[in-house]
Write a protein that binds this ligand. Structure first.
Ligand SMILES: NC(=O)c1ccc[n+]([C@@H]2O[C@H](COP(=O)([O-])OP(=O)(O)OC[C@H]3O[C@@H](n4cnc5c(N)ncnc54)[C@H](OP(=O)(O)O)[C@@H]3O)[C@@H](O)[C@H]2O)c1
Length: 293
């Protein structure tokens, strides 16, 4: 497949490049394909005629989205809509990513692909708008992949790292780590996600629409942090903190774990989050930290 990869410098983009053997992947920098310049992206798609456009770019700094909703909508919705329109015009498939933060409210079982969204902050609203825009512009071409809590050795570009790398640093420094126990998520290895996305793209029955791709299972950020500390064998103390599902004035979903039902029906599922985390820590910890079984 000829793939045009937008956002290749990010953590998921890097993993797609690393796992894309057998495909021809074009990875233009933001200067050549900027979601804030929709005409530029559309022209590139029309010129290159890729089989697939994979869009890993997003404005996903949550507080920044809250204070700058116009940029959030411009990048996460209007930019995505332009990609979808260009893809439909060039008969290319579009894979674009979205987030567990399209969901909100009370829940205790993982959200399925067709459950009703209820975004609680500007970020989630802009991502949901982007989903609708992509599916409306390219109903036969757009695959919207919702995921959650990504981590990779290369941290997130726009978030300046990721949760696992930050907790590893704190744990190895022996810090006392206060962590939210009321927010339940499905933390996901970006490498596992990249492999699943590429499998989806070559699957003959993977149609357009919404997919949930996450490592299986659910945990609170507190439980996830405890597991990081345990696997490292680090001398840190983890303290459960109930933040009332808020960061300052911004609301966060209490339960945003995702259920992969649609890709799983095609035989594409990610391994349990504990297994993915254990492998990541084993391969990432400085000097090969002791790995507890
Ligand atoms: N990280 C998570 O925990 C998480 C959770 C749920 C969903 N997701 C979604 O998964 C996808 C990949 O996330 P990630 O963590 O890999 O992101 P990331 O590391 O922050 O990378 C974002 C990428 O987007 C590019 N970019 C930003 N603004 C752009 C624009 N206006 N035009 C073109 N490119 C632009 C960045 O390029 P530069 O190098 O130029 O900055 C970078 O390559 C995103 O849609 C994200 O929202 C992530």
């Amino acid at each position: 497949m000829k793939i045009l990869l937008i956002g290749a410098s990010g953590q998921l983009g890097g993993e797609l490049l690393g796992h894309g053997d057998g495909h021809r992947i074009l990875a233009p920098p933001r200067t050549l394909c900027d979601l804030e310049r929709p005409a530029q992206c559309a022209a590139l798609i029309a010129d290159e005629r890729p089989d697939v456009v994979i869009n890993c770019a997003a404005f996903h700094d949550l507080p920044a989205c809250e204070s700058d909703p116009a940029s959030a909508l411009r990048i996460n919705c209007i930019g995505v809509r332009a990609l979808a329109r260009a893809c439909a015009g060039a008969d290319a498939r579009l894979v674009t990513f979205s987030t567990d933060y399209v969901f909100g409210g009370a829940r205790s079982v993982p959200w399925r692909e067709l459950d009703a969204p209820q975004p609680l902050q500007v970020y989630g609203i802009s991502r949901l708008a982007g989903e609708y825009a992509a599916l409306a512009e390219a109903p036969a071409h757009a695959l919207v992949v919702r995921t959650c809590g990504l981590y990779a050795r290369r941290g997130s570009r726009s978030r300046g790292g990721n949760f696992v790398l930050a907790r590893m640093r704190e744990a190895l420094a022996g810090e006392r780590i206060g962590m939210a126990c009321e927010q339940v998520v499905s933390p996901t290895s970006a490498a596992d996600l990249a492999i699943a996305v590429l499998a989806l793209l070559v699957h003959p029955d993977a149609g357009a629409g919404i997919y949930h791709l996450v490592n299986e299972g659910a945990c609170s950020w507190y439980e996830f942090t405890c597991e990081i500390v345990r696997l490292l064998g680090a001398p840190a103390e983890v303290v459960a903190v109930d933040r009332g599902a808020r960061s300052g004035a911004m609301r966060r979903p209490r339960y945003s774990a995702l259920a992969n039902t649609r890709a799983a029906a095609l035989g594409i599922r990610l391994r349990p989050w504990r297994d993915a985390l254990a492998e990541f820590i084993e391969s990432t910890a400085p000097g090969g930290a002791p790995l507890k079984s």
